[in-house]
Design a protein around this ligand. Sequence first.
Ligand code: BF8
Length: 626
Amino acid sequence: MSEYKDFSICKDTQLTLKKAHEDGVETVWDRFKKQKPRCKYCKAGVSCQICVMGPCRIDPSGKSKSKLYGVCGANADIIVARNLARMIAAGAASHSDHGRDLIEILYKIGKGMAPGYAIKDTVKLKRIAKEYDIDTKNIGNEEIAIRLSKAMMKDFSMEKGRLTFIDRAPKQRLELWEKLDVIPRGIDRETSETMHRTHMGVDNNHMSILLHAVRNSLADGYGGSMISTELSDIIFGTPKPGFSEVNLGVLKEDHVNILVHGHNPAVSEMIGQAVEDKKMIQLAKAKGARGVNLAGLCCTGNEILMRKKIPLAGNHLMTELSMVTGVVESIIVDYQCIMPSLGQVAQCYHTRLYSTSNKAKFPFIEHVEFTPENAKEQAFKIVKESIENYTRRNKDRIFIPASPVKNMTGFSVEAILEILGGSLNPLIDAIKAGKIKGVVGVVGCNNPKIKQDYGHVELIKRLIANDILVLTTGCANVAAGKAGLQMPEAKELAGPGLKEVCGLLNIPPSLHVGSCVDNSRIIVIACALANAIGVDIDKLPIAGAAPEWYSEKALTIAFYVMASGIYTVLGVMPPIGGSKKVTELATSGLKDIFGACLAVEPDPIKAAKLITAHIVEKRKGLGLSV
Ligand code: BF8
């Protein structure tokens, strides 16, 4: 058992991983080990496969004179910058395509072509429509939905020349971006331009490539991601605080267990409707189960947890292990962060797997395509089949490794404002008084390079102990939730000032603000704080951290957060070490340009020190006590 402690700090992971090995199942950790040693060129970002004159590699040490240039003449700086920009483009494309799918649903709701979907938050629909200069007087919600979706479609193209939500940023930041020419003109345009610039023979200046990569990342943060968040709230409801549960213990031995995994709540919300249907519950009882239990994985899990308080079974590194419990009748996936290995693992158990998006298909996973028109019908079909699968369960192989831990969720910007009595002023007062020293977003993934959840939990514990309020998104939520940090009682682990504030408001010191696209909620709060205080974002005592990140999306987030003026600490080094210039720029030079830069620190204890020192520096800058 002791060897499993090296992989994760979580009991449920350790025990289930042990069972996986006993069952002969290969997991992400096993494959990670098999991939060692890693290619030092790829690790440093100096291998180039952009054209077929190569592939080329530059000696990252610079010692081999014959390996200073690729066949085309690109040096390490150009190759690293191009590779980095392409990673950022992929992250931006992922979040933004998710947003585009929601625009399509909103449009079809307006047209009456999306049965089962509806507009849940009409107040927000009107508020966002106003931001898009849509006159909402004398027109119905359906027509507003059509007009808003059409206006948002323009954000994706080159019709407008400037993203709508970019103007949420403080004016000082906008002036800086204008001066640097990094204001995103259109969401798709910036991603497409990154691909163009990084084609062989186009942009060969590492600085200019990186500045465009920043613009591309801003197109995600203030474009694709922000649209995704706002539209999810409009269509599925703006989250409100409430309680739920987290870890593999949320699976129930005497129920049909259905898991949803991925990112876009368009599928998971519809499955949520189907499992509540009386006929489905009756069918489950007829098959010998006590009911149907829905739980989430990864970010779509965060989405339905935030809105419906549906429990969260695990984060990224738990997705394969969920099946090892032997009680999962089905996993329904949409897109992003879905390991292609899932179908392979399912071969060893009775779990049925379904893919639902025409752009995300997987080996050994059955495809049941969801569209806005058929989603309701397909959700019922899958839920029915999942219930029928209950009878195929092998009772001798059941293993639920833990009891669930309670967590609190639902901290949308609107919910936070409501808790604060309608404005951010009480938060600003608490920051000024030093009760809350600062605010830090702890976000992102799991990565087998880091002991699962160790990076998140250690960092969060140290920050809250220093009176720093933490906001979590993505897979960091599961870590915080499992460690009990998302309950109001966790105030006992906070410093005296934060403890007092949490006690008064009855909130945890680590707030669950949503999925990864919901990092836009953190950006909205940062912009609103800066606007309320009358300073640029880089002057605020705030920071970001992604202690266990793995995905291109996380890197894109780090870039738009940094470009917004927020110092961001990464727990895993991006593949840029082969270029001294790009590395120096990312980890210090950008500070002179954006007022913030990235830092890389795998040790969460040291990361906490870096962030705390940064908060102290920013407080001093504002003339606040430290
Ligand atoms: O978008 S935190 S592992 S699930 S990439 Fe993926 Fe990372 Fe989890 Fe969510 Ni975000």
